[in-house]
Design a binder for this molecule. Structure first.
Ligand SMILES: [Zn+2]
Length: 272
């Protein structure tokens, strides 16, 4: 028993990695190659059953253009900061899905879904860029892997405790696939991960040339929509709790981020 706990503790020690930009330490137990492969499968399975909007649709074309711009900004960010780019091997993919949901989500490796209804609240390209950059930031921050690693650790620790006390294991096996669906899509990220994605997303969209002030307006629109719906929040708000704190953060960050990164595109090309 003690030996197993020691192994777990050791695993924990060697698995703490650092989030780019925020430098926050995080627990990563799964190799990205493995997670990303699982992610592709789960994503494909979702798309097979979804009402996917054609690539020739105008709204979808706009979405793809914004995604490419943010993707480019992410590369620029790592060049500017002189850091190795963890997204180099990512195969970003964005699909627009027709469904009565105000939602968007991202899975590890860069597999993203936007629902048509969230575009109404996004309202314009800066609003879409705000959501897109936020979702991409979850991917860059490896938040899916981190959530799954935390779940696995809790799961293994519980199993160890159950085995040690002689009780049998209950419930279905927690496969990586199940974890991915649960922690990649359906459960909200933690507060720290959300704040991290808000900040990183703001940086990425600013580098891409979108208006950082739109972040505040978007979250205000999201709050207004929630109020109009009689307090029942849109799906996106279940996983992205609205708070005045969020808007307060943006107000604090925008001047600094604008100052540091709004000329980044020019500097980047100048460097080349
Ligand atoms: Zn988020």
């Amino acid at each position: 028993m003690k030996k197993i706990l020691n192994i777990l503790f050791f695993l924990f020690l060697i698995s703490c990695e650092t989030v780019p930009v925020s430098e926050r330490k995080q627990l990563i137990l799964f190799p990205d190659s493995y997670i990303n492969k699982q992610s592709v499968q789960a994503y494909q399975q979702f798309l097979n059953k979804a009402n996917v909007v054609s690539k020739s649709n105008d709204q979808n074309k706009e979405l793809q253009t914004i995604a490419r711009n943010i993707e480019e900004a992410i590369h620029q960010y790592f060049v500017l900061e002189n850091k190795s780019d963890p997204t180099k091997k990512y195969n970003w993919e964005i699909n627009l899905v027709r469904e009565d949901q105000v939602n968007a989500w991202a899975m590890p490796g860069g597999k993203i879904v936007f629902y048509t209804k969230i575009l109404k609240i996004a309202e314009n390209e800066n609003g879409i860029a705000t959501i897109m950059a936020h979702e991409m930031a979850h991917v860059v921050g490896r938040h899916g892997n981190e959530r799954m690693s935390q779940a696995l650790l809790i799961n293994v620790a519980t199993s160890v405790a159950q085995t040690a006390t002689g009780t049998t294991l209950q419930g279905e096996a927690k496969t990586a696939y199940n974890l991915l669906r649960t922690y990649g899509i359906f459960l909200p990220f933690g507060r720290k991960q959300e704040a991290e994605s808000d900040y990183l997303g703001l940086v990425f969209m600013t580098i891409a040339g979108y208006d950082p002030d739109e972040t505040i307006k978007l979250w205000e629109r999201m709050a207004k929509y929630t109020k109009e719906k009689g307090g029942a929040p849109p799906e996106f708000m279940n996983t992205h709790p609205s708070s005045e704190n969020r808007i307060k953060n943006f107000k604090k960050w925008i001047p600094e981020v604008r100052n540091k990164y709004s000329a980044a595109k020019h500097n980047y090309f100048f460097k080349e």
